[in-house]
Design a protein around this ligand. Structure first.
Ligand SMILES: NC(=O)c1ccc[n+]([C@@H]2O[C@H](COP(=O)([O-])OP(=O)(O)OC[C@H]3O[C@@H](n4cnc5c(N)ncnc54)[C@H](OP(=O)(O)O)[C@@H]3O)[C@@H](O)[C@H]2O)c1
Length: 265
């Protein structure tokens, strides 16, 4: 477990790194605990610095860190590790949000430190994300939970290979839903709606679905909208069309997973 007041270093403040900082700042994380390493200026990092975060401080400041969140592109991580591995305390936990980089490789590059892998969505920016967590080591798992529980629905995985599956489902999932929304809008347009109205209606439908009570089973939520013999039931039958929807979604997850495994090689 990292000490509640131990500094946390974020390495990389791009799309995901910025979303994590936004989420932390919005959920009560003390900005004075935050150290951000970023080669270029980022609005979110500057905003955090105004509230007390340290931006690219002297290397000596890194020695105090209890956890290091690694949010750089997988292609760059080795050179980043080479430059930083001896800057941290041996007890610091490395929390990687990188897709496709194995914990063993990260631990080796960071001189044997404990590693947690976390696969979050950018929804963490508003505390609405989901994050899969894998760590072989209990201390690393607890550190990942301490950092991500306030920002996301955290899902524990007991095997590292499942992180790639989580990436294919939740990491890529928002894009699948956007593609579905676009198809819904285009179908409305094809039936006579103007483009703007069709898009607003489709987005509104997806928003309503997303805001449904998460404790209610999906079958019940579907049944609430689809009365027997009604319009929704007719639409659902066409959508299922001999499992066509299930098969398409399964194909999307399988293809994303295969790509994640290719990238990890
Ligand atoms: N985006 C997502 O939704 C998402 C979801 C799950 C996981 N991930 C993972 O998160 C990681 C980052 O993805 P991203 O989309 O946020 O990429 P990104 O926007 O390109 O961010 C990466 C950041 O790393 C910074 N960087 C490069 N070299 C650095 C160094 N030596 N020290 C500190 N920072 C350095 C870059 O700085 P500059 O901008 O100055 O070049 C950039 O801002 C990836 O490994 C990805 O697999 C992303």
């Amino acid at each position: 477990m990292i000490a509640p007041d131990a500094p946390v270093v974020l390495v990389g403040c791009g799309r995901l790194g910025s979303a994590i900082v936004e989420g932390w700042l919005a959920t009560g994380f003390d900005p004075r605990r935050l150290i951000i390493l970023s080669p270029s200026s980022k609005p979110v990092a500057e905003a955090a610095a105004l509230r007390g975060a340290r931006l690219n401080p002297d290397r000596s400041a890194l020695a105090e860190a209890g956890a290091v969140v690694l949010a750089v592109k997988p292609a760059l991580w080795r050179s980043v590790a080479e430059g930083l591995s001896d800057a941290f305390d041996p007890g610091a936990v490395i929390v990687s949000v990188m897709a496709g980089v194995r914990d063993e490789a990260i631990s080796e590059a960071f001189l044997g430190r404990s590693v947690a892998r976390v696969m979050p969505t950018t929804g963490v920016a508003t505390g609405q994300g989901v994050a899969a967590i894998y760590a072989a080591n209990r201390n690393a798992r607890e550190a990942a939970h301490a950092l991500f529980d306030p920002l996301a629905d955290t899902v524990d995985l007991d095997q590292e290979v499942l992180i790639d599956v989580a990436t294919a489902v939740a990491g890529s999932g928002p894009a699948y839903v956007h593609a579905f929304t676009r198809a819904l809008a285009e179908a409305g347009e094809a039936q006579g709606l103007d483009a703007d109205s069709a898009l607003r209606l489709a987005r509104g439908a997806v928003r309503s679905a997303a805001s449904a009570d998460p404790a209610t089973p999906l079958g019940d939520l579907i049944a609430r909208v689809a009365s027997p013999g009604g319009t929704t039931e007719a639409g659902l039958k066409a959508l299922a069309n001999g499992r066509a929807l299930d098969a398409s979604v399964e194909a999307a997850v399988t293809a994303a997973l295969a790509r994640a495994r290719e990238l990890a090689r």
